[in-house]
Design a binder for this molecule. Structure first.
Ligand code: NAD
Ligand code: G6P
Ligand code: MN
Length: 442
């Protein structure tokens, strides 16, 4: 069987070890000959690289390993690039979250002004990686997790329309894990789902078991009571971080349309006042991540490096990485698996613009993806999506044209921002904070 070579772009990411463990766990369906890490921050990547090498040597010593900051070395002879870069890293995420909060506006990594600021930083980094991939391995597929996925997807649609990039989000995996538990089926692979929307902005319209029985009404009843938390057992959990709150809060979102299952991210748009009121303006999710996941992953890696082995290590396979393996396997072996991808609408949602990047089910095979037809969507969802897609398009236009005016319009149009006045104040603050990351606006 053919063996593949993969590069992980953003090698210094906190998600890298769990992705490597997931790859190593799935060698029977996606055989590998080479795993490379690529990052433009050598010091950060080095904190993980040695540990990753040890994990690989212990589990599959025939796989070649390399960590590099040289794009040519990284992108030569690769079949798949798993990209998860964060331009500006977590300290800039902290500003994306905290600056809007100063104005009483939602401060979030991918939603509202924070997502817009992050988008303006991400576009160049993602394009740079695509260009290297195309130069050194023109047949490689880039499976791109880099956020904000909607804006990045629109930018690649506009600026690299023929590139072999597939934009994805792990939210479907997370939500479908919860949904499978609620439905009482063994895993998300035991369900056939229908969903439409934008990234972090969508709705499930059908969840069927493998016999074709609709399970949606039963799941909706559960979510009305508990959100995505798995019943009373879940309510007792000690792990009440901000994700727990978000999952629970879905019980409120679902009331806005009790016939579908909403993405939990809709809370930032539909209940922004609640979100702002309940946020600690001095300690946001970026702080949680820097004090939590980042420290845990780096110290676990330091420990492996020191010991020379991974016995007793807390690092584990992440469900986040499951999607990547499924997608790469579908492309490599023509599996025709159904997956949610962020793709150009092109009529799949009948009453929505053709050139919008939407998140919809696609069938994935050797030559890429084929979107499934969604049909017409209701006025409520359509209205919300039209407003949000306009924001995303304006951000990309602002980046291309270096236009202050268009970026201001994007912020004005965001459902999270109350007025053009606030939008302008926020924009001026964000420009200052993002000097050196954004193009200079005229
Ligand atoms: P992180 O800051 O820990 O790691 C990101 C790495 O990217 C850093 O090591 C950084 O140096 C590197 N980087 C930045 N610019 C680069 C460039 N131009 N080329 C190569 N490397 C570059 O971030 P994280 O919290 O681990 O998240 C990584 C990314 O994955 C983020 O964009 C995050 O939003 C995204 N993510 C997406 C999903 C999804 O559903 N789409 C899920 C989880 C994480
Ligand atoms: C989910 C989303 C990602 C987002 C991540 C943030 O996985 O799909 O797009 O980046 O959550 O998680 P964090 O733990 O970093 O707040
Ligand atoms: Mn996501």
């Amino acid at each position: 069987m053919k063996k593949f070579s993969v590069v992980i772009a953003g090698g210094g990411s906190t998600y890298t070890p769990e992705i490597i463990l997931m790859l190593l766990d799935n060698l029977d369906r996606l055989p590998l000959r080479k795993i490379k890490l690529y990052d433009n921050d050598e010091e950060r990547q080095n904190k993980l690289a040695k540990a990753c090498e040890i994990l690989i040597k212990e589990r599959a010593k025939e796989i070649e390993f390399l960590a590099t900051t040289d794009p040519e070395e990284a992108y030569t002879d690769v079949d798949f690039c798993l990209a998860h870069i964060r331009v500006g890293k977590l300290p800039m995420r902290e500003l994306d979250e905290k600056i809007p909060l100063k104005y009483g506006v939602v401060g979030q990594e991918t939603c509202g002004p924070g997502g817009i600021a992050y988008g303006m930083r991400s576009i160049a980094g993602v394009l740079e990686n695509i260009d290297c991939m195309e130069k050194y391995s023109p047949n490689c597929w880039m499976l791109n997790y880099s956020n904000p996925a909607s804006i990045v997807a629109e930018a690649t649609r506009r600026l690299r329309p023929n590139s072999r990039i597939i934009n994805i989000c792990d939210m479907p995996i997370g939500m479908e894990h919860s949904i499978a538990k609620i439905a009482g089926v063994p895993s998300r692979k035991h369900m056939d789902i229908r969903y439409y929307g934008l990234n972090h902005f969508g709705w499930y319209t059908s969840i069927k078991d493998k016999e074709g029985n609709e399970m949606l009404p039963k799941i909706i009843e559960h979510i009305k009571e508990y959100g995505f938390i798995n019943g009373e057992e879940g309510m007792k959990t000690d792990k009440k971080d901000s994700w727990f709150e978000t999952n629970l809060f879905t019980k409120n979102i679902i009331k806005t349309d009790p016939t579908t299952i909403p993405s939990s991210y809709l809370k930032y748009y539909l209940f922004s006042d609640y979100v702002v009121d309940h946020e600690d303006k001095n300690y946001t999710r970026a702080n949680e991540v820097m004090d939590g996941r980042e420290k845990e992953v780096f110290s676990a890696c330091a420990e492996i490096e020191k010991n020379g082995h991974s016995k007793g290590s807390p690092l584990e396979v992440g469900i986040h990485a499951e999607f990547i393996v499924d997608l790469a396997t579908a492309l490599a072996f023509n599996t025709h698996e159904r997956m949610l991808l962020i793709v150009e609408n092109n009529g799949a949602i009948e009453n929505f613009p053709k050139d919008a990047m939407v998140e919809i089910p696609c069938i994935v095979g050797k030559d890429g993806y084929e979107p499934l037809s969604v049909g017409k969507i209701p006025t409520f969802q359509k209205g919300l999506m039209e407003q949000q897609i306009a924001v995303e398009k304006l951000v990309v236009e602002a980046w291309i044209e270096k236009s202050y005016q268009k970026l201001w319009q994007a912020l004005i149009l965001s459902k999270t921002v109350p007025s053009a006045t606030v939008a302008k104040e926020l924009l001026d603050d964000l420009i200052e904070a993002n000097k050196g990351y954004w193009p200079e606006l005229n």
